[in-house]
Design a binder for this molecule. Sequence first.
Ligand SMILES: Cc1cc2nc3c(=O)[nH]c(=O)nc-3n(C[C@H](O)[C@H](O)[C@H](O)COP(=O)(O)OP(=O)(O)OC[C@H]3O[C@@H](n4cnc5c(N)ncnc54)[C@H](O)[C@@H]3O)c2cc1C
Length: 383
Amino acid sequence: MTPIVIAGSGLAGLAVAREFRRLDAATPVVVVTADDGVSYSKPMLSNALAAGRTAAQLASADAVQVAAQLGIELRPWTRIAAIDRDARLLRLATGTLAYGRLVLALGADPRRPVLAGDGADAVLTVNDLAGYAVFRAALAGARRVAILGAGLIGCEFANDLAATGLGVDVVDIAPHPLGRLLPPRAAAALRQALDATGVAWHLGRTPRAVHRRADGHRLIVELDHGPAIETDLVLSAIGLAPRIALAAAAGLATGRGIRTDRLLRSSDPAIFALGDCAEVEGLSLPFVMPLMTCARALARTLAGTPTPVAYPAMPVVVKTPALPVVVSPPPAAAQGAWQEDDTADGIAARFVGADDTLHGFALVGAAAVARKAALAREVPAWL
Ligand SMILES: Cc1cc2nc3c(=O)[nH]c(=O)nc-3n(C[C@H](O)[C@H](O)[C@H](O)COP(=O)(O)OP(=O)(O)OC[C@H]3O[C@@H](n4cnc5c(N)ncnc54)[C@H](O)[C@@H]3O)c2cc1C
């Protein structure tokens, strides 16, 4: 029998394999991945430093163990070069692999800032376990770290690094941390809490160049205005670009991600997509809950029961122990306004439409965060 082939062994790829095996023990499943096939929880990468955890300690199973646990074939270090849709083949460096149905779970690449200077190539990103290992090794002897990007991942790393005793500078063009997710007062509360951990902010600024230097701190980050930052390491966390190149080259419909319908079916009915690489009915949601929801629905579809995915509101927990944050952002098209109320130790913000519909919320501080489940029930389903 021609196998179901899953491209990618991140949380999305392995979740589909696991869910499918619960429903069908017989159909062969092959997971092909460019990396080592180690299973790990990616969200842990941005709160592992203060806990003193190495990359090896974050790995829950290696490729051989994953294959045995799931009853699948797992091919690590196998990069897919092209998809031949007519022949239903993947082109690999080592030959070809036939698929009956193909699941693309290829993830996303970190966006790289455009920087001048002889230190631009020293800028690191952490988007997988290998990247975390490189970053952790580079921290040896460092006293300060500059983070480019004050979004979710930038703020989480800022909190984690500051908790290890390192000096942290955060640069962002936006005037507030988590500026795309939080309304102003909630963002200010988070900024204040991270201030107290020693984080220094360079907001409303754009990094222009990174220079190496021979003495003192190892690098200098030059900004469009304001004083330059002396630091030992630069971490970029300015966002993700879904990996769509393979799909686009094969003629599949792509937008921000690989476009699918609610059955997670691409423009080719034999090819499906989920996780960070996918755009499901126009929604690109690079978080764990959406991909797990997709994996369960897709497993049923692949096992013979077509199951459209349904997205309830899926609040995202921001891992900033200095001040707990939960956000359920309103859909881009939602009309309304933020209402921010004080709580005992933070802010509870609701994004409310003219008809009083709650489209989203942002909760900052433990008292507000306790309202997460109740508010999530009020928000209409996204899909
Ligand atoms: C630091 C960090 C913290 C995060 N924290 C949270 C959080 O707290 N909560 C939350 O909900 N989300 C969080 N996220 C997001 C979440 O982790 C991701 O949405 C999720 O892990 C994406 O999984 P994925 O399987 O789609 O992609 P990936 O994990 O990127 O997997 C992609 C796979 O595709 C393979 N691949 C790529 N190209 C090829 C090719 N050509 N051939 C073969 N294989 C290929 C790769 O090797 C890899 O195995 C965080 C992300 C990061 C980076």
